[in-house]
Design a protein around this ligand. Structure first.
Ligand SMILES: Cc1ncc(COP(=O)(O)O)c(C=O)c1O
Length: 453
């Protein structure tokens, strides 16, 4: 039974009034996972404009790994507010940008010399990674994956896989993007089974060079080490090494999109570390800024220096408030052992989710890496037919009972956990109780009712 007490039915009257104003003022293309208008947030909880408090499994879509409004982040931003807000790093640069670049070069996988550039969003960072890879290799082609999500700008939409709602109606997209199946073992495109498959999907890259695009035309292969929007799919442990070896055999760069899998989510600062790989270019964003907009492209120094002077940048890119916030985030990771906490939370989720899988046929797959965990919902464990409607209902039950969750997956049938890593065990259990009640309710078992105080 859910135990998070709420003051009003959800959405409350103030949220409803804001939704009416929103409908008139904002285009429908911007969607909301919940009808809840937020007033405050701290650590792992949110409070809405009607005074209801929720536990937060969404973390602003993976941006709040260190917790909402951490004192260290807020203090760093406040101190910067008293100095300067914006000068544009392309006009008068500042120390925090340089210090953060040094830190990023240090903490990303690979002992080789590296350089980092900062921009505003994950999509902008991916755009830059593609520019840099093309400038370095002098080749046009980019190979991306089925179920990938890389952003909403035109180039990143070309790289993104899911059609509705992301791509439909927005074509034409930039060219020279090729797509191959990902190691989504639960729905293997080749109907094979790991490890007997011998990672056919990774080795198949060589076939792609014969039948789809010539290897000498390919600048980079871009992959999320764990799929984010695509449904938290974590490939087998040896998958990325095979892929990287193939890339390097043909002079192709490997770009790791760690926008969602990065910054501690998987129990390492970057999921690439968990796979023992050293990407040529690594893109990070989301939780890097501790809640402020910031993204980074870090890569081999000689690769990053390929674009000519003035070829990279942006007016607000690497703004000083975001840079100091990110420096505070890195310190928090060092001080608070948040990586170990990500693993503990992941295990806590897995234990409960495996029980649910034994109890309810709707839980098709329980998967993830470290604290990046999800359940995939299906009509039956035999058919594996995606249960998108049920997934939506579960997410709705959750927010109506005090837990903010978000869905994912090419078939919109995955519930993912992006909880701030500072959540306590008690709060985590409370949140999992709500999720369990939601599944029970949707499975037509005896659901529980919200308590209003
Ligand atoms: C893996 C991945 N890449 C890129 C992006 C795009 O980032 P942004 O929304 O900051 O542009 C996202 C956003 O969810 C993502 O998950």
């Amino acid at each position: 039974m859910p135990t998070i007490p709420l003051r009003t039915p959800i959405p409350g009257p103030k949220s409803k009034a804001l939704a009416e104003r929103r409908a008139k003022a904002v285009p429908r293309g911007l969607s909301h996972g919940t009808p809840i208008y937020v007033a405050k947030a701290k650590d792992a909880w949110l409070e809405d404009v009607d005074g209801n408090r929720y536990l937060d499994f969404a973390g602003g879509i993976g941006c709040i790994n260190v917790g909402h409004r951490r004192d260290e982040v807020v203090d760093a931003v406040k101190a910067q507010l008293d100095q300067f807000l914006h000068t544009c790093v392309q006009v008068t640069p500042y120390e925090s940008y340089i210090r953060l670049a040094e830190r990023m070069n240090d903490v990303t996988p690979g002992k080789f010399a590296k350089k980092t550039i900062f921009v505003n969003s994950g999509a902008e960072a991916i755009e830059n990674a593609v520019k840099i890879a093309r400038a370095y290799t002098k080749r046009p082609g980019i190979i991306a994956f089925e179920d990938a999500f890389h952003g909403r700008t035109m180039m990143t939409l070309a790289l993104t896989s899911k059609t509705h709602p992301y791509k439909a109606g927005f074509a034409p997209f930039p060219s020279d993007v090729y797509r191959i199946p990902y190691a989504y073992c639960y729905r293997c495109s080749y109907s094979l089974k790991y490890p007997a498959c011998d990672l056919y999907c990774a080795r198949h890259l060589e076939d792609t060079f014969k039948r789809v695009v010539a290897n000498e035309e390919v600048a980079a292969v871009i992959a999320e080490p764990v799929l984010g929007e695509g449904g938290f799919v974590a490939p087998p442990p040896d998958y990325f090494q095979v892929l990287l070896d193939l890339c390097h055999r043909y002079g192709i760069l490997f770009i790791a999109d760690e926008v969602q899998s990065g910054f501690g989510r998987t129990g390492a600062l970057f999921a690439s570390e968990r796979y023992g790989i050293e990407p040529d270019i690594l893109v990070s964003a989301k939780s890097l800024g501790g809640g402020l907009p910031l993204a980074a492209v870090t890569g081999r120094a000689e690769v990053m220096d390929a674009p000519g002077i003035g070829g990279l940048g942006g007016t607000f890119a690497g703004n000083p408030l975001s840079c100091v916030a990110a420096l505070a985030v890195l310190e928090l990771f060092e001080r608070e052992n948040l990586l170990a906490r990500a693993n503990e939370l992941g295990e806590r989720f897995q234990r409960r989710a495996r029980e649910w899988q034994r109890r309810w046929a709707i839980i098709g797959d329980v998967r993830g890496l470290g604290g990046m965990q999800a359940i995939e919902l299906v009509q039956s464990q035999q058919s594996r037919t995606p249960a998108a409607e049920e997934t939506k209902k579960i997410a709705q039950f959750c927010y109506e009972h005090g837990l903010i969750t978000i869905t994912a997956g090419s078939y919109s049938n995955v519930i993912r956990v992006l909880v701030p890593l500072v959540i306590t065990n008690e709060q985590m259990d409370e949140a999992l109780n709500v999720l369990e009640s939601a599944i029970a309710a949707v499975c037509d078992e005896k659901g529980a009712v919200a308590q209003f105080v």
